[in-house]
Every structure is written in C-alpha cells, then in structure tokens.
Design a protein. Structure first.
Lengths: 148, 89, 148, 89
C-alpha cells in the first residue's frame, strides 16, 4: 500500500487549487485501510507591512536540492510513522494572497499517527528546503519572506 | 592573476555559483561561472565579497553539490549555491 | 473575521464528499488573513474482524446533546487558540468503507496554532460527543464500534 | 402500584428514556416513557434492569437533560438517555 515512489518533483507552477486538493482526497477513497487523513495547507497572507499590503508571493527554489530534501523528508517520515500515503506539493512562481502554496497530505489507519507525522513534515519543509519567497506589494515593490 | 606561479594556475578550477532569493537583488544574476584558485569556502566567499560589496551584510548558507557546508570546508564540487533564509510554505 | 455562528447542526446525512471539502477550502480563499489551514478527515476502514470485512458504518447520535457538545468544543477551541475559522461536519446514517464520516477544518494566521487546535478538537469529539457507529459486515451482520 | 399510598403516588413522574447504539439491540426500541416513583438514577436503573435482563451487563453512561450524571444523582429531568461508548469520527 505504501506509495513510496522514486524521487519526483513536488513543485507545481502557480497556486495549488481547491479542485486539485479535492481530487487528491477523492483518489484515496479506494484505499480502505486508511482511517485518518491529515492535510496541511499553506495560504498566502495579505500581510500589512508598514502600511503596504502583500498581494502575492513569487516562489523560487534551488530545485535540485529542494527535491532531494523533500525526498529525504519523505523517506524519514515513512520510517518514523506508520503512514499509508504521503503527498507534498509546493508552488513555484506567483501565488496571489488567498491562494494555496503548500499542500501536505498524510494518511494512516490511525489518527494519532497522522497528527504527529504532518507536523513533523511541515516543520522539516520550513527548516530544510531551499525555497525562497518574494513578497510583492500592491505598489509592485517587494521584500523577501523569511520563515518564522 | 598574472603574478601567480604556473603550478598554482593549473590547480584553478571553474566553479558555478548559484544565487537565490534576496541575494539576486545584489548580484543581479542567478548563476555565474568563476575561475577559482583557492581551497576553502571562506576563500571563495572573500572573492565574492570583493565582487559584490553588500553580499557580506547578508545572511546566507553555502551549499556544495546540494549539501550545506561551512566556511572551512574544502571546495571539491563544481556547484556552489548561496542560500538566504528559507521561506517555503 | 471569526465566524462564531450560533449553534448549528454539524450533522450531514451520509458521507462527506471530496467535492464538499474542496469547495469548503475554496470558500476560504477570500480570507486573506489566513496563513495555515489544517484538515482532519475520518474515513471508514474496511476492517477485517475475525474474517469478516466491514463494508459500512451506520452512524446514529443523541443529536441534541451531540450538537450541544460540538458547540462547547467549538467555543472552547476559539477561547484556547487564535483561530480565524473552524468547521466541523459529522455524518449520520450509512457511510461506506473508503468514504469520509468526519471533516474538521481549522484556519489561523499561523501554523503552530492549527496543529494544536485540530488535535484538541478531534480528541474532544472522540471523547465527548454521543455518536454511535454500527459496523455493518459484508454478510449484513453487525457489531458496535468503540473509539480507541 | 395499587399498594402505594396516595401521597407517594402523586410524586410519580413520567420520564422519557432514550436508548442508543448497542443498547437498542437489547431494548428493541429507541425511546419509551415510564412512570417513575423513585428519587435517584440508580433506582431508575434497577427498574430498567428488571425490564431488560441483559442491560446490566452493558457498559453505558447516563445523561439527564443532555448532561452526564452518576448513579447517585437525583432524577429531576424529564429526559434520561442511556449512552454506550462513543464512536464518533
């Protein structure tokens, strides 16, 4: 059942749509050993920074290294937790405020596992994956986002 | 460079340097290939600081062949990347 | 921004569809103060119990008390955590193996909050809400589910 | 009941009892209204155990007016529910 595929890119050009997420959930309904799914979605905030409003984030990445890191996080999560499935998608390019830029989806027979696994994976992505975000303001000026 | 001896000159290598995120605001390019005659990461950085004055004021990590390294690591790889703070998700 | 509505039923007849979930995610894209969503989905497992396979669960509830408990959980979660939104849906009636019977959706400006809040809410639902599940086997015999 | 004195008889009340989950396998009904002459939850349970022999072997909690109560709680409400282990989610 474990769909540990060989390394593949987790990057998608532009925002991750709600249809894509819904469809991804739908595809798991044939996997009847799953009892619990946990999904994390990162959404671009229209932050107000010194009176200027963020209208979008432009994501870039050191893609080869990032895919390698995503792969390591994936392997390590499957080793630590009894997961049936795990999927990660991250946007590259422009994602507007309100749109989704990160989609992490874990599934397991039992709920305790998915809570632990999801938080582990999301924190590892934030800490270890070389992705960069340029916050574009409504006046087209920019600043560089830093994870907190 | 013309003052270097020949045997040093032969040890020089071509390194591709990749710049990401806010560092590209300084370098105005995402990638360049340099001829490098030193041994350690800190020597490469000194070269880059001479080229880009404000680079030194920025917070970044260095990756060699996609693995993070420190300043005292020997340069062995062809690809060095300068990575500012991550902002994934 | 907090959409603390007056008490409403969280129960839905039958399975919760992936389209419903996708649409619910879509509706949050206008709320641009949100930076992180966390979603828990309970899915009916085709458990093998002494050689008999679960084909569906028939959910019933002490509805008035259950809605009151969901309301208390909701109030308490908004008090404990800095949530922008929170939605809970639980199935009543028949939900087949592979289908979704519980959908909990929390959103906040920050990710740490959603992890804590979601686990708190799901555990409280499992412990405090009078919902009952009749596991129907393929041969139409049954047994009563108990949360672990 | 005809042996009770009149003043006791006046204190009897009608209580609606709701049964859920596996308890309905025993009672074969989801709800019934009983005339109850006692004071405490445990007295009501004794009445029910006489009516449904196997009920006593089952694990359940009692709610009065939608709040969980224990065996020594006084019966004050009109609606009592017998709740087997929860299985939400």
């Amino acid at each position: 059942m474990k769909d540990k595929k060989p390394m593949k890119s987790v990057f998608k050009e532009g925002a991750i749509t709600s249809e894509f997420i819904g469809n991804s959930i739908y595809k798991h309904q044939t996997k009847t050993s799953i009892g619990a799914h946990n999904i994390f979605l990162g959404q671009v905030r229209a932050d107000d920074i010194d009176g200027k409003i963020v209208s979008a984030i432009e994501y870039t990445a050191y893609e080869d290294m990032a895919n390698q890191k995503f792969h390591e996080i994936r392997e390590s999560a499957f080793e630590k937790f009894d997961l049936t499935c795990m999927h990660i998608y991250h946007s590259l390019g422009t994602v507007k405020a309100g749109e989704i830029c990160l989609f992490v989806f874990v599934s397991s027979p039992r709920r305790k596992v998915v809570f632990e696994a999801l938080e582990y994976i999301v924190e590892a992505i934030k800490a270890d994956v070389p992705v960069f975000g340029k916050e574009i303001f409504e006046d087209e000026s920019h600043q560089w986002k830093v994870n907190s | 460079m013309s003052t270097h001896k020949l045997n040093i000159k032969l040890l020089k290598m071509n390194i591709t340097i990749k710049y990401f995120g806010q560092l590209t605001d300084i370098t105005q390019l995402e990638e360049e290939t340099l001829e490098f005659g030193g041994t350690y990461v800190y020597e490469l950085l000194e070269t880059l600081y001479r080229k880009y004055n404000t680079l030194k004021t920025k917070d970044f990590q260095v990756a060699q062949n996609q693995e993070l390294v420190n300043e005292n690591t020997k340069i062995t790889g062809q690809e060095i990347a300068l990575l500012p703070p991550f902002a994934g998700g």
